[in-house]
Write a protein that binds this ligand. Structure first.
Ligand code: UDX
Ligand code: UDX
Length: 432
């Protein structure tokens, strides 16, 4: 089967490459010609573990191709995935411009029956809008279906999430489209991956509900962490015991500096707005969004509590990406916290294993370092913001010698508080 994927970002490139790996002839298109030029040389423009090898392999085996033009992909493929970005507007609503532009272009090049699959996260009802747009812009009386197939790919483990998903969600209106989608994912079907087959509106809703729930779970444990600090409890043990209850589950109960990334902040805001537009007040989602913003500010207070007045102090930051194993800094709590610290007059030194180029495009006046030890040199405090493996076994004696004052603010609870104090650090984590 021939497949076309439009948009070679974090979502589209992983999906297109994995579909090629599943044996499908896949053309990935992107309007960004520099990206396509890189990809044609087998270079991935961002960091995602394992992706470059998989791109190389499928390019070499001839199943994966890259192009700046949509036309060929549309005309030779039965199924076209739309995986372009859906950024948030200033008011929190979703900017559907790119998705709609791509849909119109697909319509103009149609030459027979096509299944157009919306992979991007879009407000409920968008598939119906896309359907109308394609009908308006289509130059022949071709039959087509529009399907919602939301992604659940975590950056940093996106290949694994695509190849071994917890479920595949398909929102479609015709039996033909459902059969074609089942065929695409038949490799997983044999693995007994659960399939949720429903209408497009329900599929669109599933994506928002899942992400809002996960954001809520994180926010809940962050709130418990804040209370644990006041009552002398250890949030890790609380989370572990909570998670052992099968009804609650262990995952996404790690306290930290607030969730970030390209999905949770944007999707929770979008959901709130979808609710508002339909007269449905989503109080819980609203609180989660506000609590997450406050959590980031609370981290700044925590740092101030440790170092005193921030003006003139040098703060060393370990980690800039919104989570480990990605170079993505979109809505990263690290970036937001750094900007706050700078606004209060602190000088920033920073290191990240993958995200420094991305951070340079956003942050000013940061002294970027080659490793954690260069960061520590001359610092009044070190703040661990992203739990990269590289930061888990730092040479504590060496750090202490390099720092002006041995203050360690561990916003991901990577280190053991007792051992850190024994090692001579003034230490604080989150909720312990
Ligand atoms: C995805 C989804 O699309 C988004 O809805 C979801 O909520 C988060 O993940 P992502 O892959 O992270 O977005 O976005 P990004 O990395 O920005 O990639 C989008 C790609 O589409 C870019 O390479 C961009 O050049 C390309 N694009 C954008 C097009 O090819 N055509 C366009 O009209 C717009
Ligand atoms: C998310 C969804 O998990 C995924 O299914 C898909 O819809 C895309 O969006 P992603 O944003 O890549 O994935 O990463 P995720 O692992 O969900 O982490 C998001 C943020 O939450 C990160 O900033 C992370 O540090 C934070 N987080 C996560 C916590 O603070 N605590 C946790 O327990 C888990």
């Amino acid at each position: 089967m021939n497949i076309c994927v439009v948009g070679t970002g974090y979502v589209g490139l992983v999906m297109g490459t994995c579909l090629a790996e599943f044996g499908m002839n896949t053309i990935c298109s992107d309007k960004d010609s520099s990206k396509i030029a890189m990809l044609n040389k087998g270079k991935v423009p961002f960091y995602e573990p394992g992706l470059e090898d998989l791109v190389d392999k499928n390019l070499a085996e001839g199943r994966l191709r890259f192009s700046t033009h949509i036309k060929e992909g549309v005309q030779t493929s039965l199924v076209i995935f739309i995986a372009v970005g859906t950024p948030a507007n200033d008011d929190g609503t979703v900017d559907l411009r790119y998705v709609k532009e791509v849909a119109e272009e697909i319509a103009r090049h149609m030459n027979g029956y096509k299944v157009v699959v919306v992979k991007s996260t879009v407000p409920v009802g968008t598939c119906q809008e896309i359907k109308a747009l394609i009908r308006e812009n289509c130059r022949g009386a071709y039959n087509f279906d529009v399907v919602s197939n939301p992604e659940f790919q975590r950056e940093g483990s996106a290949i694994e999430d695509f190849m071994r998903p917890d479920r595949v969600t398909i929102g479609a209106e015709s039996e033909q489209a459902i059969a074609i989608m089942r065929d695409i994912y038949s490799v997983l079907y044999l693995n007994e991956t659960p399939f949720v087959i429903t209408n497009p509106e329900t599929a669109e809703m599933i994506k928002y509900a899942a992400n809002a729930f996960l954001a809520t779970k994180i926010t809940f444990i962050n709130e418990m962490a804040n209370l644990c600090e006041r009552v002398g409890a250890d949030v890790h043990i609380v989370a572990r015991a909570m998670g052992l209850d099968g009804r609650i589950g262990r995952k996404f109960l790690h306290p930290g500096p607030g969730y970030g990334g390209s999905c949770f902040p944007k999707d929770t805001l979008a959901l709130l707005n979808i609710g508002r537009q339909r007269g449905c007040d989503l109080k819980l989602v609203d609180s989660v969004i506000r609590a997450n913003e406050e959590q980031r500010l609370r981290m700044v207070e925590k740092i101030r509590g440790m170092v005193g007045e921030l003006g003139g102090k040098t703060i060393g930051i370990l980690g800039l990406s919104f989570k480990p194993n990605t170079s993505d800094v979109r809505e990263s709590s690290s970036i937001i916290i750094i900007q706050r610290l700078q606004a209060e007059g602190a000088k920033i030194k920073a290191y990240d294993p993958a995200a420094m180029d991305e951070a340079k495009a956003i942050l000013r006046d940061v002294h970027y370092c080659a490793d954690p030890y260069e960061v520590a040199e001359g610092c009044d405090a070190l703040v661990l913001l992203t739990e990269w493996n590289q930061f888990r076994r730092l040479d504590l004696d060496r750090l202490k010698e390099l720092m002006v004052t041995p203050i360690f603010v561990d916003l991901r609870n990577v280190y053991d508080p007792t051992k850190m104090r024994e090692a001579g650090f003034q230490y604080c984590g989150v909720g312990r």
